[in-house]
Design a binder for this molecule. Sequence first.
Ligand code: DGT
Ligand code: CA
Ligand code: CA
Ligand code: ZN
Length: 593
Amino acid sequence: MTNADVAALFASLADLLEYRGENAFRVRAYRNAARIVESLVEPLATIRADPSRSLEDLEGIGADLAAKIGTILDTGRLPALDEAAAGVPAGVFAMLRVPGLGPKKVRALVEGLGLETLDDLAAACREGRVRGVKGFGEKTEAAILKSLAFVREHADERRLWEEADALVAGLLEWMRRCPAVERVEGAGSWRRGRETVGDLDLVAIADDAAAVMEHFRRWEHAGEVLLSGGTKTSLRGPGGTQVDLRVVAAPAFGAAWQYFTGSKEHNVQLRSRARDLGWTLNEYGLRRLESADLEPPEATTEEAIYRALGLDWIPPELREGRGEVRLAAEGRLPRLVEAADMRGDLHMHTTDTDGEDTLADMVAAAIRRGLEYVAITDHGQRVTMARGLDETRLRRQWERIDALNAALAADGPAPIVVLKGIEVDMLERGGLDLPDALLAEADWVVASLHYGQSQPRERITARIVEAVEHPAVNVIGHPTGRLINRRPAYDVDIEAVIAAAARTGTFLEINANPHRLDLDDHLAAAACRAGVRVVISTDAHSVRGLEVMRCGVLQARRAGLAAADVVNTLPWERFRDVALGRTSPSDAERRPG
Ligand code: DGT
Ligand code: CA
Ligand code: CA
Ligand code: ZN
């Protein structure tokens, strides 16, 4: 049971008591208890396990609450809550979570209309029955319906990392404008680069925590304040996303930033390592288990915390409890690939198919991004919706690429090499959507599966393995086809695909589009272990689309990949020699400046 779990139980109890119309004093006491527990930085279990301390020493926690917390920690249950819930329709809890509906309103609705579930509530709103209840009008009815639709749409939905990143960037900028803030950083799953992010976590250094909280609540996107304590404030940001801000003193910043970056699993492993070494670790720092009065090691930086535990500093992307602690102990952490390592982008579209920007614009943008080579990979003819290219149109595009390369090299060394590529489609019946002889002339071939995605596992696997084995195919695009939050991967034996890629030297893509990130971190790591090299590609459909390379790099980092594991970190000449081995680029002499 975490502090948050305990707090949630008290908050539910307060809601239920209020719903039942019980003594307002008791309601307030439990609501306060929830707030106090939630804003504690130290785990309740730690305090309780320490024989020299008592839960009752915590401000605002008396004997009764301390006993209830003890019961929760031991049993996971709060008996008073079970009692209060007896006879209350199960749907009441869900109704209490509808924005704008407090316990009193919910009770009026449940009793006035005999509602039992959220669906009942929605139906009552639609049928105009809610406005008949005392205290409700047409406006409230409409507002409830809107809230219900929103809650339903976004329940359990985690934000894509890129969206979360935009929020964090804006929020950090805002918080850094607060004079009381000495330093503020993002933590949690955002910092670890997870493909989706639940809530946002910020850690700040300040002496005047109240001033920081006040500034936070004035953020332009700040919505409902969920919790406001001395060291922690939680509120809803855009789209209902929760943001947690914690304020600590400078000497504990490293410990707090480490703790709130997580992951939970990683922290559990660190704590257990600390215990083995005779320390206790929490968000305040490290203390000697036996002699608490010994001067503790400094906790100002994360490095200091890891160092004190005999570990190299671990990049946040690796902090998932997947063996990184052992590697850090043995000094064997990989040197992870960085965005600055990327030299080429090998999957992008233009206005010739479904891109928004022209060939010339895409190449100009790639030059501005400092890339040494790009492959233009518009869709093959099977993708009719995107006006996929047939042989004639593809050859015409290649002529324009030849001309563009010549123009780029007209006065001195070309700033970039443009490869003549194609994204061929794996046909439903097998085979590719353009002739082999044509593909043999391409500099770079991406093979993707867009149609027949619901075929049985053997069919899908056979189609992809066939493409892997095709002599002209360099890389498999978005190998599993998943779309985050929207569509699961197709049913494919990905291990067979990885094995075939290892056998044939075909590359597998990490598609950097934040909706795809395909291969994901686990599969990219598996591919790498099997000896497959990956290509990180943007699959850009516009100039702006080229920016998502960093999302793909994050995913590769989470997979533990070094630059050497990623083909398009190679400088042009090495890339040409090593990666284009099986095809012959039309002009191997071309060199960027
Ligand atoms: P999310 O928000 O679901 O995408 O994932 P996180 O990892 O950001 O999780 P969150 O926001 O619940 O907590 C942020 C970090 O705080 C988490 O990664 C580790 C730390 N943390 C929170 N609660 C606990 C806990 O009960 N035990 C431990 N060891 N760490 C915790
Ligand atoms: Ca979080
Ligand atoms: Ca959080
Ligand atoms: Zn594409």
